[in-house]
Design a protein. Structure first.
Length: 355
């Protein structure tokens, strides 16, 4: 980044174990700014630069803070997390998670795994057509970096215990992309039931995943369809080789209901941000044949620009408090999105939730 590059912070919108996320501007571009250590940021930057896809949060650029151990990563500004929406119907969950499955197919084809897949890392876009994108690549890793380096095994157990796979919880070194498949199913289970996949404290959940023969007993789950139960059986198998790939999972009957198509007029109800600124590796797996086709609407937008440099000018601007409070319910979607509200208020987007 050149010496006249600047960061302007509006307000904090999220906080996690690795850093803080702000709404702000990077060289005049309105975006989310993740402040993170250079050590942790290096891996996330590599992942975002490599894994560009319409269903993955776009990298805007980054600012290396001269003389400090911090870096600001500029990211596409997104809205609410799937976790913040709360319990939803199976049909809504399938429509929300299908785009994430496309993101996983792309990642896994490049031999990368996310390793922290959970509803709070799945965010909705802020423009029509609404779709969900995968975010937070702080733990994303190319599998060669895990399976070829002995010292990296200490990082395998990192993540969110309730959503991690048994092999990551037990610190096994032979990790595959199938770890994300377990986490994907745990996400689906969470948003459909409104309960954590394992109803226990984090350390207890990690211990159960590492040691129990059946950490999540799908047969005991009540109030779900048999189609969804069958999907969970496939994905929550303790043996990674017996789980489907992301591409195979895309053909499961659970994803085949009619798609939700939101009118282009929906952009009228979204926050007007302009008011703020005046200027896989080949894996052995069983042959999963779900015997049906699938299709998906994907928002084809991507920012490829990467900003380099080592000095920035950081300034703080006032938060805006004059936005009108409006709540819109999408009643015209055959009640399939009646749980979602788009809110235009002084807090422009909800805090990014983390466990």
């Amino acid at each position: 980044m050149s010496s006249d590059s600047s960061i302007r912070l509006i307000r904090e919108i999220g906080r996690g174990a690795e850093g803080i996320v702000y709404e702000g501007f990077l060289n005049g571009t309105h975006c989310a700014l993740k402040r993170i250590s250079k050590r942790a940021g290096r891996q996330e930057l590599l992942a975002l630069q490599t894994l560009q896809h319409p269903q993955i949060v776009s990298l805007i650029g980054f600012a290396d803070i001269e003389g400090e151990t911090l870096v600001y990563i500029g990211l596409e500004l997104l809205g609410k997390s799937l976790a913040s929406i709360g319990k939803i119907s199976e049909k809504d969950a399938a429509n929300a998670l299908k785009p994430i499955l496309h993101a996983l197919i792309h990642m896994h084809s490049l031999d990368w795994a996310h390793f922290d897949l959970k509803p709070s890392n799945i965010l909705v876009t802020l423009e029509s057509p609404l779709t969900f994108k995968l975010s937070d690549f702080g733990l994303a890793t190319r599998l060669d970096n895990i399976n070829e380096k002995q010292e990296s095994s200490c990082d395998i157990g990192r993540g969110t215990p309730h959503f991690m796979s048994p092999e990551t919880a037990s610190l096994k070194k032979d990790i595959t992309t199938k770890s994300d498949i377990w986490s994907f199913a745990a996400c689906a289970l969470n948003v459909v039931t409104g309960e954590l996949p394992i109803r226990a404290a984090p350390l207890v959940a990690a211990f159960k995943l590492a040691h129990d023969a059946i950490p999540i007993d799908v047969n005991e789950i009540v109030g779900i369809s048999e189609t969804f139960r069958e999907l969970l059986h496939c994905c929550l198998n303790r043996d990674p080789l017996l789980r489907p790939t992301a591409e195979e999972l895309l053909h499961h009957a659970w994803f085949h209901d009619d798609e939700i198509i939101i009118s282009d007029d929906i952009h009228l109800f979204l926050p007007d941000f302009t008011t703020l600124h005046s200027s896989s590796r080949s894996e052995t797996s069983p042959n999963f044949s779900f015997n049906s086709s699938s299709r998906s609407h994907i928002t084809a937008s991507r920012t490829d620009e990467s900003i380099h440099g080592n000095s920035v000018n950081i300034s703080l601007i006032e938060d805006q408090n004059d936005l009108i409070n409006v709540t819109i319910t999408l009643e015209d979607l055959e009640h399939r999105l009646s749980h979602i509200h788009l809110i235009k208020e002084d807090t422009i987007i909800d805090s990014i939730e983390d466990e």
